[in-house]
Design a protein around this ligand. Structure first.
Ligand code: SAM
Length: 334
């Protein structure tokens, strides 16, 4: 590796504000088998041309170089990662990269069940599964697919097979699932699930976003009848979620509150989009194109420099109020 990059980073990738960046989120596809109301714009969604999407070997090369710079943690997301062909093989190769000690998958769970044994076999234990409701009819209204039973079955099987932690991502929406937040939080009493309530960010429909938005404090009031929330440790290792536990609970309740609480100071993330851009902030449209140098034969040192450059562009903080029309959440992967 290039000496200057090594000196800049000393194998610890730090941004301008001294935050340690050790976490890469990779969106392996912009395609999804759901059209969630908060995530996908209405109307036709333009598909990226095939040759614009990074090939698996290109992604693996970037991860290898990132690992040399201090990336230790990787989350694979989408679109829906499990719709991409041959993702099992890709995940197995990812798991073999030296220095990557923590791999997790964010999925809507629809295709998950048949991948569970493979995931355990290659050492992936951490899953984030999106589930905003426990009602099959409402699931269809939120996502466009009649698939609640499949997702719940995959969650049950993942619990049986010892995946841990299994985080359930719930986007909290007034008038849509506010009446179920207590029931969703109650899951943590019975199962070792980490239920994480996410404040809705408005990407393409500011009216929908604002009228439906429920803030962390609103959610806490709704679930207050379940009892006191005991605070769990929060540190840079755990990223932006604030974490709690109901007395005697098997699992945890978390809040990801990009709208009401700035969590930028905890941010340790860099994102790689499926079309080959490094994005140092979910809420900023400043990106670093790494696909072009990669395809033009850049050396590993030059690609490492591109990663360092992307990290250097990470803003100190970014507000989530208002609409971020440029950001395509459904393809960046959260
Ligand atoms: N298909 C996968 C899934 O469903 O988990 C991964 C991609 S999805 C975009 C990743 C996460 O982003 C999901 O947990 C989803 O709840 C969250 N998300 C999507 N749109 C959001 C929005 N407008 N506000 C807050 N969270 C959002």
């Amino acid at each position: 590796m290039n000496q200057s990059v090594e000196r800049i980073t000393g194998n610890h990738l730090k941004d301008t504000y001294h935050r340690l960046i050790n976490y890469l989120r990779i969106s392996i596809t912009d395609q999804c088998n759901l059209r969630c109301i908060y995530c996908t714009p209405k109307g036709p969604v333009e598909k990226l041309p095939h040759n614009e999407i990074l090939r698996y070997e290109e992604i693996l090369k970037i991860v290898r170089i990132g690992a040399g710079l201090g990336i230790t943690k990787v989350r694979v997301t989408g679109g829906e990662p499990l719709v991409r062909k041959d993702c099992d093989d890709f995940l197995a190769k990812l798991a073999e990269i030296p220095g990557i000690s923590d791999i997790s998958l964010t999925t809507n769970g629809i295709l998950l069940e048949k991948h569970l044994d493979h995931l355990r076999g290659i050492g992936i234990k951490r899953l984030n599964i999106s589930l905003d409701t426990l009602d099959a009819g409402k699931y269809k209204r939120i996502t466009g697919q009649d698939a609640f039973d499949r997702v719940w079955s995959a969650i049950s099987k993942a619990l049986q097979k010892g995946f841990s932690p299994i985080k359930i991502n719930v986007v909290a929406m007034n008038g849509i699932n506010d009446d179920e937040l207590k029931a969703l939080a109650t899951l943590t009493l019975k199962y070792p699930l980490h239920v994480r309530f996410i404040e809705q960010m408005s990407y393409f429909d500011p009216d929908a976003g604002q009228s439906k938005a429920l803030a962390e404090d609103d959610i806490k009031l709704i679930i207050a009848p379940l009892g006191e929330l005991e605070s769990c440790e929060r540190n840079k290792k755990y990223g932006p979620a604030s974490r709690y536990r109901l007395k005697g609970a098997e699992g945890e309740i978390g809040f990801i509150s990009p709208v009401s609480h700035h969590f930028c100071k905890w941010c340790n993330r860099l994102r790689l989009t499926s079309d080959g851009c490094l994005r140092s902030c979910l809420l900023s449209d400043i990106v670093t194109d790494i696909k072009t140098p990669l395809r033009n034969g850049a050396t590993d040192a030059e690609l490492a420099a591109a990663i360092v450059e992307a990290v250097a562009k990470k803003p100190l903080e970014k507000s989530c109020s208002g609409t971020h029309t440029g950001s395509r959440m459904f393809s960046i992967g959260g």
